[in-house]
Design a binder for this molecule. Structure first.
Ligand code: ADP
Ligand code: MG
Ligand code: MG
Length: 250
């Protein structure tokens, strides 16, 4: 699904990613962990195609196709979803209507007809039930006065509706509360399928109490320096990141 080869990237002339390799197959959940400033958000932003970052070397392949030159929208149309894609507040536009527009714009870009209203409603009902989102929430104005947990709920709902091939969730260091953790974990667990891949970026192990990743990677100083299974996350929880540093320098 996603293959990143020897990725080097800079921001404002400063090299942040320094030869990062990562391979994620369909049907897998990967967790990327690492200390503050390691380059986790940079990685997510670069895969999503955000400007500000200059890729100086390496390749980003989505289903074998190099997506490096594509704009963020084009990547989204190919099935890349990144959290905080739509963090804007839009008074007067409901969660549901925003979603309908996003889905139909994507379909249009893919050369498809608009989704018939009946199918759209069915999909909204299915996904909202799956994620235990109530009707009242769906008719609220997008992000207006949303709590942290509600923003997460909206984000996970967007992910469920878009049915991305590759979802990247950057759970930033700004502590998710228990409610938000549960929403994200529940969403990820329910949306996992043989046809998609999910990358969860997190500073904290506790999110992984609720999501069982197939692989855990440590991003340190712009590279993936260690990969393992869930046990690696537990080890990081227990020992912190310093031993990784020592291991690298040894
Ligand atoms: P993490 O998410 O692992 O905490 P980041 O990817 O946010 O790390 O940041 C990695 C490094 O890149 C940090 O030193 C940060 O200051 C720098 N950086 C990231 N984005 C920018 C930016 N837009 N402008 C300047 N520096 C940036
Ligand atoms: Mg940070
Ligand atoms: Mg970050």
């Amino acid at each position: 699904m996603l293959e990143i080869k020897d990725l080097h990237a800079s921001v404002e002339g400063k090299e942040i990613l320094k030869g990062l390799n990562l391979k994620v197959n369909a049907g897998e959940i990967h967790a990327v962990m690492g200390p503050n400033g390691a380059g986790k958000s940079t990685l997510a932003n670069i895969v999503a195609g955000k400007e500000d970052y200059e890729v100086t070397k390496g390749e980003i392949l989505l289903e074998g196709e190099d997506i490096e030159e594509l704009a963020p929208e084009e990547r989204a149309h190919k099935g890349v979803f990144m959290s905080f894609q739509y963090p804007v507040e839009i008074p007067g536009v409901t969660v549901t209507n925003f979603m309908k527009t996003a889905i139909n714009e994507t379909r249009k870009a893919q050369g498809l007809e608009e989704m018939p209203a009946k199918d759209m409603l069915k999909k909204i009902r299915e996904k909202s039930e799956l994620l235990e989102i109530d009707r009242k929430f769906l008719s609220r104005s997008l992000n207006e006065g949303f709590s942290g947990g509600e923003k997460k709920r909206n984000e996970i709902f967007q992910m469920a509706m878009m049915e991305p091939k590759l979802a990247i969730l950057d759970e930033t260091d700004s502590g998710l509360d228990i409610d938000a953790l549960r929403i994200v974990a529940n969403g990820v667990n329910r949306l996992k399928s043989e046809d998609n891949a999910i990358v969860v970026i997190t500073h904290y192990q506790r999110l992984l109490d609720h999501i069982v990743p197939d692989y855990v990677h440590v991003l340190y100083d712009g590279k993936i320096v260690k990969s393992g299974t869930k046990e690696l996350a537990l080890e990081l929880e227990e020992k912190g990141y310093d031993w990784i540093k020592e291991e690298i320098n040894a």
